[in-house]
Design a binder for this molecule. Structure first.
Ligand SMILES: N[C@@H](CCC(=O)N[C@@H](CS)C(=O)NCC(=O)O)C(=O)O
Length: 201
């Protein structure tokens, strides 16, 4: 991969897993952080009207999970068979279902609609879905799938802080310690730890 660039806003969000995967793979990249003021001009030039984007060899790619899956396979974090890939994908997609509900509610511009959406999430949606996600992690040795490190762990861990913030779910860490553990497992991989330390200096 040549001339690698990641474009995202100046935060972790859905872009961080891509930064972490490239770092894990030892791939240098330009970390382009778009200011909110510059976004309206950039948006129409992107493939799907959203970020994150990964650019390399003169081509631009979008969709965070597709990019994570691609990088994961490249760096030995995919399945060893089609069926293993299917297991990773199904659990990653389940996680995407949950996180998208939180994103849609968190960014709802109408305050009264947002309050209704948020209440439904906290009262009925999360109590149904989060235990299922927790069960997946506990049955997989603390991972998203296959009982070992895969790209889905990066997709989960890179978005963890945003997931927690956007869910507005009380006692998130206390109720689901498996989530924070998985975030820490990935963040403590030597390359990621070094990357995070360099960012906080
Ligand atoms: N399915 C896409 C969703 C990307 C997405 O919603 N990105 C948000 C930031 S997290 C965005 O670009 N928002 C600005 C906009 O929609 O104008 C992915 O996973 O990459």
């Amino acid at each position: 991969m040549k001339d690698v660039k990641v474009t995202y806003f100046d935060g972790a969000g859905t872009g961080e897993a891509i930064r972490w995967l490239l770092t894990y793979g030892g791939q240098e990249f330009e970390d382009i952080r778009v200011g909110f003021a510059d976004w309206p001009a950039l948006k129409p030039k992107t493939p799907h009207g959203v970020v994150p984007l990964l650019e390399f060899d003169g081509k631009v790619y979008g969709q965070s999970f597709s990019i994570c899956r691609y990088l994961g396979k490249k760096y030995g974090l995919g399945g060893k068979t089609l069926e293993e890939d299917l297991v990773i994908d199904q659990n990653a997609d389940f996680y995407a279902d949950i996180r998208n509900k939180g994103i849609q509610s968190f960014w709802e511009p109408d305050a009264s609609i947002k309050a209704v959406k948020q209440e439904a999430l906290v009262k009925s949606v999360y109590p149904d879905l989060l235990p299922k996600l927790d069960k997946i992690l506990r049955e997989n040795n603390g991972h998203m799938a296959l009982g070992r490190l895969t790209w889905a762990d990066f997709a989960f861990a890179g978005f963890y802080e945003s997931f927690k913030l956007q869910s507005l779910y009380p006692d998130f860490d206390e109720k689901y310690p498996s989530f924070k553990q998985l975030r820490d497992t990935v963040a403590n991989l030597p390359a990621i730890k070094k990357y995070l330390q360099s960012k906080s200096e």
